[in-house]
Ligand binder design. Structure first.
Ligand code: ACO
Ligand code: KIV
Length: 558
């Protein structure tokens, strides 16, 4: 039966009108446990070598993880060897607890304890599946049978721990496939384990509730976690942990709501590598906390190292839109986003609260640069183009020229069908507005004021051929326009004019921008010079020099 939704059974919502988690706010970080070296590793096409595991372990330590599941040493030799290496080479910092996973099978438990010999402190993580489907179809046992597996495993942990008293032991139990388990069954089996371990008598116990397969909306998972917190024995002596997968794309959301539902601890992996769609991504959840002003107790600032290390050991590339990490996640191409970002950033000062439209966090916190924030393609508008000119070239433009120039850039992007680089944007500005048309260079000028009037005398042309034109007006621009009109017999007027001082101090340069009507044409130009007068006069000459051949001919004839 292909593609037929009727073969699927919907999840059953939990009737729990007394639920409390929706009103909770996360104000502090949960405990984290990184399971990259176990759950992440078991999902890889090529599981990690001991050398790769060592590199990843060091990264996890450097990032600040205090609990790290380092493998399933009873399952494979590299996992076993890696645990031995950590212990024998003393690679585990004093404040870090390593954790190993084992099935509830005596020989695997024995081998796990053997791997951990000599550890200062270690968490032995026991699991067996409690779900209805696995009870019926995989183990073919009833609830008592499943409970017996769990209890036998729990007792084995106690025995082996007692035989190895030099290590400080933490016991962890996962009713695996918890999301497919009826809550009463999950509680019954887990309580049987808790009763063996007796956390009330000092044994450190973690109860880990896994969304082994994410089977519902995250609110249902939160209900389940909150319910378990109310039904587990000795809750006050337990650490309740969650371990969410991402089958429905909500692994992070489920873990967040579970913390609101009372979970103390969260298991996951850096950037979400793990079985199928992955484990919940600790980078995302931690940065979500960070973006709310909550210290995630992890230092993720060197996100480049994190991404490169994860990519190299998993051989999985990072999606460009991966939250917080992807190449494009701090980049806006679209015009209205760029405009809002530019306006917000222009009022931001170091030390201010971060309130920048479209940027949930300051990209610099993760080693990213503002240069990446605005990139230009055919979806971009004037705000973005101006942002690039200001940021990379210190050039600002009046609004009317922003509009004109952004059309030029957009046309270029549409023709090229690609992103436009910042140097190309500068090149377009240069070509369309700044460049001085041949024969229209101002070679020298004199301005004399007499009362209300200004007389201008300008030498214009090129190095080998120039002429002097003269005119009078109320200011330099008017005088030059008068001189040009008189010289050409073409009516012309200034429609818009703006000037800016670029840079400051001895570097200061002047930018003049002008839009002129020359005959029937409207044309714009800009000029950069060391002084405002030169910039202004040259911009007018350049604008007139840009008019079409017909007007030029008229000019020359005049
Ligand atoms: C949700 C999770 O991620 S759980 C972790 C899963 N990770 C892994 O499986 C990676 C490492 N695993 C392995 O290398 C292997 O599975 C091993 C070495 C652990 C075991 O290998 P094998 O003994 O060959 O058996 P296999 O994995 O096929 O085991 C299935 C058997 O174990 C039993 N079993 C499975 N899980 C458990 C458990 N948690 N507790 C007790 N028994 C279990 C099954 O009922 C089955 O029993 P059967 O042989 O009587 O039919
Ligand atoms: C062993 C458990 C915690 C697990 O990996 C899972 O259920 O996904």
């Amino acid at each position: 039966m292909a593609y037929d939704h009727r073969k699927y059974v919907p999840f059953t919502p939990i009737h729990r009108p007394q639920r409390r988690w929706p009103d909770q706010v996360i104000t502090e970080s949960p405990r984290w446990c990184a399971v990259d070296l176990r759950d992440g590793n078991q999902a890889l096409v090529k599981p990690m070598t001991v050398a790769q595991k060592t590199v990843l372990f060091q990264l996890l330590v450097d990032v600040g993880f205090k609990e790290i599941e380092v493998g399933f040493p009873a399952a494979s030799q590299p996992d076993y060897d890696f645990v031995r290496k950590l212990i024998e080479e003393n690679l585990v910092p004093d404040d870090v607890t390593i954790q190993v996973l084992t099935q509830a099978r005596e020989e695997l438990i024995a081998r796990s304890f053997e791997a951990l010999k000599g550890a200062r402190k270690a968490n032995v993580h026991l699991y067996n599946s409690t779900s209805r489907v696995q009870r019926e179809k995989v183990f073919r046992l009833d609830v008592d049978g499943i409970k017996a597996i769990a209890v036998a495993g729990a007792e084995a942990l106690v025995r082996h721990a007692q035989a190895n008293p030099a290590t400080e032991w933490v016991f962890q139990y996962s009713p695996e496939s918890f999301t497919g388990t009826e809550l009463e069954v999950a509680a019954e089996v887990t309580n049987a384990v808790i009763d063996v371990w007796q956390p009330q008598n000092g044994q450190e116990v973690v109860i880990n509730l896994p969304a082994t397969v994410e089977m519902s909306t995250p609110n249902v998972f939160a209900d389940m976690v909150e319910w378990m917190g109310e039904h587990l024995h000795h809750r006050e002596h337990l650490c309740i942990s969650v371990h969410t997968h991402n089958d429905r794309g909500c692994g992070v959301a489920a873990a967040e709501l579970a913390v609101m539902g009372g979970a103390d601890r969260v298991e996951g992996t850096l950037m979400g590598n793990g079985e199928r769609t992955g484990n919940m991504d600790i980078v995302t959840m931690a940065m979500n906390l960070y973006s709310q002003g909550v210290d995630p107790l992890l230092d993720l600032s060197d996100v480049k190292r994190i991404a490169e290390t994860v990519e190299s050991v998993t051989e999985i590339s990072t999606h460009p839109r991966h939250p917080y990490v992807g190449e494009l996640v701090f980049t806006a191409f679209s015009g209205s986003h760029q405009d809002a970002i530019r306006k917000c950033l222009s009022t931001y000062s170091e030390g201010d609260k971060w309130e920048i439209a479209y940027l949930p966090i300051d990209p610099r916190d993760l080693g990213r640069r503002y240069e990446e924030v605005v990139r230009i393609n055919s979806q971009s508008g004037k705000g973005g183009v101006l942002y690039v000119l200001e940021r990379d070239f210190g050039i600002t433009l009046p609004r009317w020229l922003q509009i004109e120039f952004s059309r030029v850039v957009q046309g270029f992007a549409e023709n090229e069908e690609r992103e436009v680089q910042t140097d190309e944007i500068h090149g377009l500005f240069e070509r369309h507005f700044l460049s001085v048309p041949a024969d229209w260079e101002m070679l020298g000028y004199e301005l004399n004021r007499e009362g209300e009037a200004v007389d201008v005398r300008i030498r214009v042309g090129n190095a080998s051929d120039s002429e002097v034109i003269e005119g009078r007006g109320r200011g330099g621009v008017e005088a030059l326009v008068a001189a040009l009109s008189q010289r050409t017999g073409v009516a012309m007027s200034v429609e818009a004019y703006d000037e800016f001082a670029l840079n400051e101090g001895s570097d200061a340069r002047a930018l003049a921008c002008v839009r002129m009507r020359v005959g029937d044409e409207v044309t714009s130009a800009a000029s950069l010079a060391d002084d405002t007068t030169s910039a202004t006069l040259q911009s007018v000459l350049s604008a007139v020099g840009r008019v079409t051949a017909a007007t030029q001919a008229q000019f020359k004839a005049g």
